[in-house]
Every structure is written in structure tokens, then in C-alpha cells.
Design a protein around this ligand. Sequence first.
Ligand SMILES: *[C@@H]1O[C@H](CO)[C@@H](O)[C@H](O)[C@H]1NC(C)=O
Ligand SMILES: *[C@@H]1O[C@H](CO)[C@@H](O)[C@H](O)[C@H]1NC(C)=O
Ligand SMILES: *[C@@H]1O[C@H](CO)[C@@H](O)[C@H](O)[C@H]1NC(C)=O
Ligand SMILES: *[C@@H]1O[C@H](CO)[C@@H](O)[C@H](O)[C@H]1NC(C)=O
Ligand SMILES: *[C@@H]1O[C@H](CO)[C@@H](O)[C@H](O)[C@H]1NC(C)=O
Ligand SMILES: *[C@@H]1O[C@H](CO)[C@@H](O)[C@H](O)[C@H]1NC(C)=O
Length: 400
Amino acid sequence: MLVLILSSILVSNANFVFSVNPVIFVPGDGGSQIEAKLNKTSSPAVYCEKHTSYYYTLWLDLSQISLAQNCFVDNMRLVYNSTTHRTQDSPGVSIQVPGFGNTNTVEFLDPGREEFTTYYFHIIERLIKEGYARNISLRGAPYDFRRSPNEFQDYFSKVKKLILETYKANNNSRVILMAHSMGSPTMLYFLNRQSQAWKDKYIRSLVTISGVWGGALKTLRLMSSGDNLGIFVVKPHLVREYQRSATSTAWLMPYDTFWGADEILVSQPKRNYTVNDYKQFFDDINYPAGYMMRKDTENLIKKLTPPGVEVFCIHGVNISTPAQLNFQNGFPDEQPSVKSGAGDGTVNIRSLLGCLRWQKQQSQPVHHYAESTFFFFFPSLLTFTKTEKMHLTLQYLQMV
Ligand SMILES: *[C@@H]1O[C@H](CO)[C@@H](O)[C@H](O)[C@H]1NC(C)=O
Ligand SMILES: *[C@@H]1O[C@H](CO)[C@@H](O)[C@H](O)[C@H]1NC(C)=O
Ligand SMILES: *[C@@H]1O[C@H](CO)[C@@H](O)[C@H](O)[C@H]1NC(C)=O
Ligand SMILES: *[C@@H]1O[C@H](CO)[C@@H](O)[C@H](O)[C@H]1NC(C)=O
Ligand SMILES: *[C@@H]1O[C@H](CO)[C@@H](O)[C@H](O)[C@H]1NC(C)=O
Ligand SMILES: *[C@@H]1O[C@H](CO)[C@@H](O)[C@H](O)[C@H]1NC(C)=O
């Protein structure tokens, strides 16, 4: 039914379509809205809702995160099944990711507090000035960022359909995939599984903003102490239960193709951990399921097979970024002291530069643009898209 309505909208608008390359926005970790409906038999506290007759916004709702963290975490967490190597939603919680195909749920993250949670909004507004239109040449592909591509079969088939539909609705113009953070390796995984003929026909380019190509050290903090992500009201040990349970956290841990065996990632008085010590690391933090999650996901994009489409790889640089975590006797429950290195504030520079490996591995151009602006999370994407450089950036991306 919805499909019918959508395609009639697209057909009726066909006369007004400009000959632009349409864009599909793929968000990063935390960049999609998630809705939940509850029918639970237990909850962590009496004041947590157990039943709802409707889907409500679970992510992102700033007030819920600050006022009812334990309820939020219990609804957001995944349960790993070590038999099937698949994740399930928390018992009694049904989850949906709203807005697939549209941009509204990737423009802002908290529907109740749009002004504080701007995501792709500014770049979309700017493109509209260039003749683009929401729902026609600007589309969104949100997804359940708690999981990793080994569980994205349904999502990828929807993305493939969306690409085809968007191509047709825009006078058979090839589609630009614009991905942020975790969305970048997610799209790489997708493109690696399409034929070259299909990519040549339907994809104009892959634009990656802060692509995580070789993991990020910060994930080890989510796994060990938990991380309040700089929001002081958030209690790290509480949100850790969710952060650990997300297979995307395991997927984005540092890779041995980017970090050497002699580099200490995490230290505590009894031991140092390198990229080769994840088994020990998960045993010592008493979360052995984490090691299975890592094993399930570490080969998904490890070889960094070139995407086989033109790439625009853009990211921030010269911002201090977590490079090593040092714990004392309170490991892993205390907050570590963090040694900083180079990167965009979240992703280490070596990982951001992973896209450069393709320059000699594929015939399609791989453009690279780095700037010392905080590109990463939504405030950063905001900074980037608000700058006077926006027009230059779009010219650079060959979009205007
Ligand atoms: C559609 O594409 C064709 C061939 O590229 C072109 O001649 C035509 O002007 C385009 N139509 C519009 C509305 O842009
Ligand atoms: C809620 O779950 C119970 C089982 O725990 C089930 O019997 C009931 O039908 C469910 N209610 C709804 C509205 O799905
Ligand atoms: C894990 O999956 C298997 C196979 O579907 C199922 O039998 C088992 O109950 C699941 N385990 C848990 C803890 O849900
Ligand atoms: C895009 O589509 C969604 C859902 O169909 C709708 O709510 C929204 O108003 C549309 N936006 C525009 C600009 O047409
Ligand atoms: C960890 O590495 C540091 C620096 O190489 C070293 O001084 C320390 O002894 C190591 N700690 C353990 C427990 O091996
Ligand atoms: C980053 O810092 C290095 C060393 O200070 C400098 O050479 C480089 O130009 C800076 N890069 C950007 C994009 O600002």
C-alpha cells in the first residue's frame, strides 16, 4: 500500500525532476531514529514502563536518556544468541526504524528537540537551494545501527530497491551514496556484494564523511568502562550494558590490518592489551560474548575490497582522539585516563585514511579531502555543513 502511494507521488512529480544525481543519505552509529513498543514481563525499576500500545521514540530522546537511563538501556540493549550468532531485541521489546526512504528521520535525531540534534538537515537544505527535492532526489536510508552488516540482509535489499526507485524517479540519473561514520563501511559491505555492471549503471559515487575503515579505539572504552559520550548526566556503567551488547561496537574495534602487534591499546596493572589480545580482553572484562561478536564481524570489511565506484573520502583531522586507555586497579569499571593521538575526535587518523588504499586498487578515482574541522558526530556534521565552505565542498563533490 505504502509502496503504491509512494510510487504515485514519484510519478506525479516526474515532470518537475531536474537532471541531478540524486542522493541517498546513510547515517552513522547513533544517526538513525529507533522506535520501541513494549510488552515486558520485567523491568529494572518500578517507574519504567512495561507496556505501550504504540511505538514511541527510544532513540533519540534526550529527556529519557537523562531521566530514565536504566529503563532506556534495558529497552535499547540487544541479547546475543551464541548458538545462532545473531542478536535479538531485549525481551518484550519490539523495535522499528522509522522513515526509510525519507530524509526526515536523518535530518534530526530527537523529534522533540530538533534544534539540538541536527544531523543531515543543513546539507539537505543547502542542496534544496541547488534544485534538489526531498523524497525525490534526496532520500534517506536509516538502519538499526546497534547491529552490524552480517544482520542487515533485509536492510540491504531495501537499499537496493531504494537506489533503483531513486534512479528511475530522477530521469535515470545515477545515485550518490552519502554515508557518515559507520554508514561508510556499511555501504562498502553493500557495494562489495553488487556486480560491477550494476554499480556502473546505478551508482554515481560514494561520499564518505568520517568513514571508519579500520576501527576506532574509542569502541574499547564502550566495551570496558562504558562511555557517557561527553553527556555528563549519563552514567557510563549504566549505558555500558547497551554499548557492549551492540554488535556494531565489536565490529568497529581496531583492526590488526591497521594496528601493530606492538601497540598497546588498553593497559591495566596486570596486563597490556594489543589488537591481538581481544580474547584475553573480553575474558578480563567478564564479557566473553563480546569476543564471539568480534569473531562474527571482524572479517566483514577487513580486506577493504575497493567499492568499485568513484569515491569522495572526506574527514576531519588534527583533533585529539582517543589512542590508548590506561586503567588502574579499578579496571574495567573505573574511567580510564585517555592518551590522545591524531584523528577527527572519534576515529583515529590511520582508520580515516583507509580509503586511500583504493587509489591504486580500482580504476575509478578516489578523491581525498581532510580538514581540521570537527567532522564527526552530529554537532560536527553541523559545523561542516554550516561553514562558508559548503558551496566549495559541493563543487568538490561535483554536485553543483
Ligand atoms: C533526461 O535525460 C535525457 C538524457 O540524458 C536528457 O536529454 C533530458 O533532458 C533529461 N530530462 C530532464 C527533465 O532533465
Ligand atoms: C504480551 O505478551 C504476552 C506474553 O508475555 C502475550 O500473552 C500477550 O498477548 C502480549 N500482548 C500483546 C498486546 O502483544
Ligand atoms: C538461541 O537460538 C536458538 C535457535 O533459534 C534457540 O533455540 C534458543 O532458545 C535461543 N537462545 C536464547 C537464549 O534465546
Ligand atoms: C516525504 O515523505 C514522507 C512520508 O511519505 C512525508 O511524511 C513527508 O511529508 C514527505 N516530504 C515531502 C517534502 O514531501
Ligand atoms: C605494559 O607496557 C608498559 C610499556 O611497555 C610496560 O612498562 C609495562 O610493564 C607493561 N605492563 C605489563 C603488566 O606487562
Ligand atoms: C594537520 O596538522 C599538521 C601538522 O601540524 C599540518 O601539517 C597539517 O596541515 C594539518 N592539516 C590540516 C588539514 O589542517
